[in-house]
Write a protein that binds this ligand. Structure first.
Ligand code: NAP
Length: 335
């Protein structure tokens, strides 16, 4: 059993969690950040961030996140690498069980984000890391001067295809419709890139290879025609990069919180329906999932957690009102 009760525990060290840690730390809340893998969430696998205000020209995800981590640590947030496997959110003291330890806090900010959605074809799982990838920055260089295929038509797929064109002999975007979902400015850059090609109305049905990706079958959804693509003889392989959206990391909370399509429902101030439990970033049901909206959510969640702990709530007009009843007021002394 843990012996420390934090003011706030933040689950997930992506832009939402790190911003929450910066704001909670500055508010002098005792703060623990729990991250299961690598700091940064999805932005560590993002080649270039050019729409976060103040980001440097050509700034990479890892570079931006590195500064966020340093800032969160500067404001005193503690950090532990652990995977939370159980969460009891209902009491005044929220309790989490990880693979390595147990943790408790007066409030919780869930910023656990989302992971890449698989395309779901035969052979995909077996060939991950052997030709199939979900991260252009991590794996692009393995396909220098080879053929690369990017699956998806959203902002991520098209931006990462442009990035991968630095490496590949040719990059072909395979999209299931005949129109990209990506915003116009990203589309324009893609259509101007001479190394980019497009296969419309197509999906991959099978990926094959003996220990390495050698062959794939593509189906045209309009004509029904199947095409088999083999690796270039000299290369022996090719790259398939899948960017078809994300799956929220919310299953742990499904029994205690309201979810819609797997995303946690909050109000505009990041409150879930459980007092003292907040959600921030890509795990939330919302319209725009960006680094800037994640950072904004994290800041709001931390300030709301502070207000919850202090025993008041913030309201839109900037007034401060008493919130009754507050679960934390009934909490017996702990520490
Ligand atoms: P997304 O917008 O959900 O796009 C997913 C793409 O994958 C869509 O084109 C979709 O096709 C396709 N797709 C989905 N399931 C598929 C399947 N099973 N097989 C083949 N194709 C499939 O995801 P995203 O591009 O990762 O973007 C996520 C969010 O992050 C968005 O809000 C986006 O705006 C944001 N984002 C912003 C930036 C930026 O501003 N620079 C960069 C990256 C991401 P359909 O189009 O037919 O549905």
């Amino acid at each position: 059993m843990q012996d420390k009760i934090y003011d706030v525990i933040i689950i997930g060290a992506g832009p939402a969690g790190l911003s929450a840690a910066i704001y909670a730390g500055r508010a002098r809340l005792s703060t623990l950040l729990i991250e299961k893998e690598k700091d940064g969430g999805q932005i560590v696998i993002t080649a270039e961030i050019d729409n976060y205000p103040g980001s440097l020209l050509g700034e990479s995800g890892p570079s931006l996140v590195g500064r966020m981590v340093e800032q969160a640590e500067r404001f005193g947030a503690e950090k532990v690498y652990d995977t939370v496997v159980e969460a009891d959110l209902l009491g005044d003291i929220k309790r989490l069980k990880g693979k390595k330890g147990e943790y408790a806090a007066r409030s919780i900010i869930i910023a656990s984000g989302a992971h890449p959605r698989p395309i779901g074809c035969i052979g995909e799982k077996e060939l991950i890391g052997k030709g199939v990838s979900y991260c252009a920055t991590c794996d692009g260089a393995f396909f220098e001067d080879m053929d690369i295929y990017v699956i998806g038509g959203g902002d991520t797929a098209v931006e990462e295809a442009i990035y991968l064109a630095k490496y590949g002999r040719k990059v072909t975007v395979i999209h299931r419709r005949d129109q990209l979902r990506a915003i116009k400015s990203i589309q324009d850059r893609a259509f101007q890139n001479p190394k980019l090609d497009f296969m419309w109305d197509c999906v991959i049905t099978q990926l094959e290879g003996d220990g390495i990706l050698e062959k794939m079958t593509i189906k045209n959804l309009k004509s029904g025609k199947e095409t088999v693509i083999h690796a270039n003889e000299e290369d022996g392989t090719f790259g398939v990069f899948c960017f078809v959206g994300y799956i929220p990391e919310s299953s742990l909370f499904a029994k205690q919180l309201d979810l819609r399509n797997g995303y946690i429902i909050t109000d505009d101030n990041m409150h879930t329906e459980i007092p003292g439990v907040f959600a921030a970033g890509d795990i939330r049901e919302k319209s725009l999932r960006q680094v800037i909206t994640a950072a904004s959510d994290g800041a709001i969640a931390a300030m709301e957690a502070n207000a919850y702990i202090e025993g008041y709530c913030l309201v839109n007009a900037g007034q401060t009102i008493l919130q009754q009843p507050l679960a934390v007021m009934h909490t017996s002394p702990v520490g």
